[in-house]
Design a protein around this ligand. Structure first.
Ligand code: NDP
Ligand code: OXD
Length: 318
């Protein structure tokens, strides 16, 4: 018997026309409805939808929706929707995304370790002037959020020679990495020179990166002050406190990929610090072919009666 498979609705908020074929090529056994360009399509038979920040009105047009896929690893944008169906939410977990994030984290740690911004300034002034240079093993990188992304970054930073510590709600056991659980935050902070944020945005993590927390970081490290690196979510950081801490020297530098409000306002003071590196929420973009493969795999699992992977736990918020 030839059964008609339910369509997949895809809602992506940027122009991906050149890459749209990935979905048709990879999810080739069912109709793919691109909500951006097919805004009037009939969604009444859609069981699967891939969304980032959907207009909640969409859900009333998809009464048969069974699984919601997040276009990203984070799901705060879905969990905070005013209306969302009470169905399984699958987040995006993929080697491609994880690798991109670790590239960004390692790059930022090396930029600060090797004082690249200082050398850039010297180059601009045609100044031949060597700086005192610690080695990676002199620096402890402390990662808050030891999930998929945190653990991969931790391993790669370790390979680069950094001392690495990790903090997460539940303590991890990872060879060569000192791991702390949720109750041991102060001990973790006290040994951290470079603080890396890879936390999801939840009620508990909102505003966690604030003046009080920065004040607990290791002050006597070999680079003369701690550095804050965040690629989790901007809602976890208090930007006014970051500006104050950079100004008074509680923080020596920062690398920020995420912001309280995105895009970062043109008049934010963060743009103008010499030792602050800003990227536009681009640390780890979700590649569309990897996304399409992920959605296709999970639908196949689901329809064969296997458990969906990477399910969001609504009670934890991630
Ligand atoms: P995971 O769910 O795999 O990991 C989350 C980690 O955070 C876990 O270790 C978890 O602890 C820990 N955690 C959560 N809440 C708390 C808390 N209250 N106290 C202590 N630890 C906590 O997520 P990923 O690693 O896949 O992704 C992390 C985040 O990175 C995403 O949620 C997203 O916001 C962000 N992201 C940003 C991107 C960018 O381009 N800037 C790209 C992709 C993701 P436990 O292990 O005990 O559960
Ligand atoms: C994500 C992101 O959550 O890109 O994947 O922020």
């Amino acid at each position: 018997m030839n059964t008609i498979k339910s369509p997949v609705a895809i809602e992506i908020n940027y122009d991906y026309s050149r890459e749209a074929h990935f979905f048709a090529d990879i999810i080739n056994d069912r109709e793919v409805i691109h909500l951006k360009t097919q805004s009037d399509a009939d969604l009444s038979k859609v069981k699967y939808a891939l969304v980032w920040k959907p207009d909640p009105i969409l859900f009333s047009r998809m009464p048969d929706l069974e699984v919601l896929f997040s276009l990203g690893a984070g799901v705060d944008h879905v969990l905070t929707l005013p209306v969302a169906p009470d169905i399984p939410i699958v987040r995006f977990v993929d080697h491609n995304l994880t690798t991109r994030m670790s590239e960004w984290i390692c790059l930022q740690c090396l930029m600060h370790l090797r004082q690249q911004r200082d050398y850039d300034a010297r180059q601009k002034n045609h100044k031949w002037d060597e700086l005192y240079q610690p080695v990676a093993s002199d620096i402890c990188v402390g990662i808050m959020g030891m999930g998929t992304l945190g653990q991969d970054a931790a391993g790669k930073l370790k390979t680069l020679g950094f001392e690495v510590a990790g903090w997460s709600r539940s303590r991890k056991q990872i060879e060569g990495i000192t791991c702390y659980d949720g109750g041991e935050l102060d001990n973790f902070l006290g040994k951290t020179d470079f603080l890396v944020g890879l936390l999801p945005l939840t009620d508990e993590t909102t505003g966690i990166f604030n003046r009080q927390l920065f004040g607990k970081l290791q002050k006597n490290g070999k680079l003369g002050g701690p550095v804050f690196i965040n690629a989790g979510r901007g809602g976890s950081q208090v930007e006014a406190d970051i500006v104050d801490c950079l100004t008074e020297g509680t923080l020596k530098g920062a690398s920020l990929d995420v912001f309280e409000k995105e895009p970062l306002s043109g008049d934010s003071a963060l743009w103008d610090f010499d030792n602050v590196i800003i990227t536009p929420h681009a640390a780890a973009v979700s590649s569309l072919d990897a996304l399409a493969r992920h959605v296709a795999n999970q639908i196949e699992r689901y329809e064969q009666g296997q458990e969906l992977e990477y399910l969001v736990d609504r009670s934890r918020g991630y």
